[in-house]
Design a protein around this ligand. Structure first.
Ligand code: KG4
Ligand code: ZN
Length: 347
């Protein structure tokens, strides 16, 4: 008998990672990501270079994902790609490719919201022990481009409770790493060095922003000014003090992030708390959240590491939930650099 759970090809090209995954419903059969090292020398993503790299990498990455899954293009039941938000040139490459596949195979095309996909990564690979957080739950989406606090009422019903008014937390990690002369992306490097620190810490300013919103750009200025005062310039931090400096930066960023999360729990009464996005790979954040959960009786949901930074499997989850809910796939939608979460995605 034919398998009734649809076989999906998912594509992620919103920034500088070229991702392709094959899923049977929410079960990930393969998940390939090609990073783009060429941005490192510029200390940040160069949009033009990112678009070109997607063009050269996408087909090999798709082929590898199909091979890993033991699937041929003709076996696919649907395609799903990231519609936005992201870099428009990068999105257009994945979106045009996905449209071509859908047209050539006469199968439906679904359009995923990148940040919603990060959240829905929690539902990948369901098992008897783990079927994801129960609705409604709170989710802090923490990435290089976004930082939001969401109330997740259902897979396609996400309400923004607060968000950053300037930089995203991942961006703050990357900018801090840049002034210290560390590589790009800087988040993982600060995380690694911070884990080697003792108990000494440097104090930085505290952001003051109302409600459940965040502000990270003032912290960046505080890092710059304080490290300049202490060491002459941030890139003069001696090697032996680097773990202490990174741990202090990480503490300042996570204090702000978690302070708002604690408030959101108090305001909503929700005790199921998740994180999603690239910064949810951070070992300090994972550790502190787990501790907070234990101390306060919250249920904490941490995505598996492979589904924290940009990947196509999460995009597949977004497409599958749309398919389940009966959303009509269309071929005439276009890629969008900005898509607010609450708006209808298609059209
Ligand atoms: O979700 P993501 O892969 O891409 C966007 O949607 O932006 O997030 C990338 C961000 C980068 O800023 C990167 O520095 C940060 O996630 N990141 C980390 C860690 N791993 C990735 N930040 C802190 N600690 C980490 N371990
Ligand atoms: Zn992302």
């Amino acid at each position: 008998m034919a398998n009734t759970v649809p076989l999906l090809l998912a594509l992620e090209t919103s920034c500088d990672d070229t991702g392709a995954a094959v899923l049977r419903g929410l079960t990930v059969l393969s998940n390939r990501v090609a990073g783009q090292l060429q941005h490192a020398e510029f200390g940040g993503v160069v949009p033009e270079l990112a678009s070109r790299a997607h063009q050269t990498s996408l087909w090999p990455v798709v082929q590898a994902a199909l091979d890993d899954a033991g699937v041929r293009l003709h076996d696919l039941d649907a395609v799903v790609c990231t519609q936005g938000p992201g870099l428009l040139g990068s999105l257009l490459v994945g979106h045009s490719f996905a449209k071509s596949v859908a047209l050539a195979l006469a199968i439906p095309l679904y359009h995923a919201h990148h940040m919603r996909a990060h959240v829905l990564a929690h539902f990948l690979n369901p098992s008897s022990e783990n079927s994801g957080p129960a609705f409604p739950f709170l989710c802090a989406t923490v990435s290089g481009g976004h930082t939001q606090l969401l109330r997740v009422n259902g897979p396609l019903d996400l309400v923004v409770l607060g968000e950053t008014l300037d930089d995203a937390v991942g961006e703050a990690y990357d900018k801090a790493a840049k002034i210290l002369g560390l590589g790009y992306p800087g988040g993982p490097e600060i995380d690694r060095l911070a884990s080697q620190a003792g108990n000494e810490r440097i104090a930085f300013g505290k952001p003051s922003v109302g409600e459940l919103n965040y502000s990270f750009s003032g912290l960046k200025t505080s890092f710059l000014n304080t490290l300049t005062k202490l060491f002459g310039a941030p890139h003069n931090v001696p090697k032996e003090r680097m773990p202490e400096v990174c741990a202090s930066i990480q503490d300042a960023l996570l204090d702000h992030l978690l302070d708002k999360l604690v408030r959101a729990v108090a305001q909503t009464g929700l005790h199921d708390v998740a994180v999603a996005g690239g910064v949810s790979a951070n070992s300090g954040l994972r550790h502190r959240l787990t501790e907070l959960g234990t101390a306060n009786g919250w249920n904490i949901y941490l995505p598996p590491l492979a589904f924290t930074t940009d990947n196509a499997a999460m995009v597949g989850a977004d497409g599958y939930f749309q398919l389940l809910s009966g959303i009509q796939p269309v071929l005439h939608a276009h890629a969008q650099a900005r898509i607010p979460l609450q708006t209808e995605l298609l059209g």
